[in-house]
Design a protein around this ligand. Structure first.
Ligand code: AMP
Ligand code: FE
Ligand code: FE
Ligand code: ZN
Length: 282
C-alpha cells in the first residue's frame, strides 16, 4: 500500500487541477491520496468525480493555517464533515483574509521595486485559495527571482521577510477542537520544518496532543533525519501516530507525489478516529 496523505491542487497553491492530481496519483502508483488544500474544500467535488473507476482511494482533507506565540504552523485535517458550520466558518475567515493580505504583499513587493500586480496574482491563483506561492510565481514571471523557492527568502516572502504580511491564522488548540468537533482527525503538518521559520516547542505539541491532536507528520521533505527521529520519539511519548507525505504542489515545488508515504498501520489509526466523512473509493 502506497499512501500519501498531503497534496495540494489548484484549489489552493498547487498547480494540478483536482482531476489532474488524481490522474497523477494513479500514475505515481499510489493506492491512497489525501487532498489537503490550504483552508478550503473547494477541490472535493472534482477530485471525487475523477477518482471513479481508478481504484484510487481519495481521503478528503484540508490544511488549516494556524499561529501560536507568533509562530505560523499548519494543521492537517482529515475526514471531517465539510458542512459542519463552526469549522467551515473558520476556513472561510482565513480564506477571506488571504485576499486582504495578498493585496498588501503585492503592494510591498511593488514598493520594493518588483513589477508585479494584483491582477497578475489573481490570474495565477484563479479560483485558488490565494497565498504566497502565487505571488512567488508572479515574481518568477516578472524575472525578479529564478524560482518559487527563491522567493521564500528574507528579501521577499519568507516568514518575517521584507514583503511578508501576516494573515489571520487560527489558534492551534482551537483548531484541533474545531476539527474534532467536525468529526475529523487533526495531524500537525511538518512540525520540524525549520527552513520555513521558527517552529513550535515540544510543550506546545504536548498541549495540542492533550486537546485531541491525532498525529504528527514526520516523513516530510522539510525534515532531516535528526528532526524525524526526534519527532518520532515525541509522537511515541504523546501517544500520537506518525505520517509520511509528499506535500505535493504540482510544478510549484520539486517534490513528487509518493516521495514520502504513510505506514498502513498509521493510516488505519487515522481511519478509526474519523467520524465526519469517509474516504472515496474509485
Ligand atoms: P501562505 O499560505 O500564503 O502563508 O503561504 C505558505 C505556503 O508557501 C506553504 O504552504 C508552502 O506551499 C509555501 N512555502 C512556505 N515556505 C516555503 C519555502 N521556504 N519554499 C517554498 N515554498 C514555501
Ligand atoms: Fe502550500
Ligand atoms: Fe503546510
Ligand atoms: Zn501542504
Amino acid at each position: 500500500m502506497r499512501i500519501d496523505l498531503h497534496a495540494h491542487s489548484n484549489a489552493s497553491d498547487g498547480t494540478d487541477s483536482p482531476a489532474e492530481l488524481v490522474a497523477n496519483a494513479v500514475a505515481a502508483g499510489l493506492d491512497v491520496v489525501a487532498l489537503t488544500d490550504h483552508d478550503t474544500v473547494a477541490g472535493y467535488g472534482a477530485a471525487a468525480a475523477a477518482v471513479a473507476g481508478t481504484g484510487l482511494v481519495l481521503v478528503p482533507g484540508a490544511e488549516l493555517s494556524c499561529q501560536v506565540d507568533g509562530i505560523s504552523m499548519h494543521l492537517l485535517a482529515y475526514l471531517f464533515d465539510p458542512a459542519e458550520p463552526a469549522f467551515a466558518a473558520e476556513r472561510e475567515l482565513v480564506r477571506t483574509d488571504r485576499f486582504r493580505r495578498g493585496r498588501a504583499i503585492v503592494e510591498r513587493c511593488r514598493e520594493l521595486g518588483a513589477p508585479i500586480s494584483w491582477e497578475q496574482v489573481e490570474r495565477i491563483a484563479g479560483d485558488g485559495s490565494v497565498g504566497r506561492p502565487h505571488i512567488a510565481s508572479a515574481l518568477v514571471e516578472a524575472g525578479v527571482v529564478a524560482s518559487v523557492s527563491d522567493a521564500f527568502t528574507p528579501e521577499w516572502l519568507a516568514n518575517g521577510g521584507r514583503a511578508d504580511v501576516r494573515k489571520h491564522e487560527t489558534d492551534p488548540v482551537a483548531a484541533v477542537r474545531l476539527v474534532r468537533a467536525a468529526g475529523g482527525v487533526p495531524v500537525f503538518a511538518h512540525p520540524g520544518a525549520v527552513k520555513r521559520g521558527r517552529t513550535v516547542s515540544d510543550a506546545v505539541i504536548a498541549e495540542l496532543a492533550a486537546a485531541g491532536l491525532g498525529g504528527l507528520e514526520v516523513d516530510h521533505v522539510d525534515h532531516d533525519e535528526q528532526a524525524r527521529a526526534r519527532l518520532r520519539g515525541l509522537a511515541a511519548e504523546l501517544g500520537l501516530f506518525t505520517t509520511g507525505s509528499s506535500d505535493y504542489h504540482g510544478s510549484r515545488k520539486t517534490v513528487r507525489l509518493g516521495e514520502h508515504t504513510t505506514d498502513p498501520a498509521a493510516y488505519e489509526q487515522l481511519l478509526a478516529q474519523a467520524t465526519g466523512a469517509a474516504p472515496v473509493t474509485g
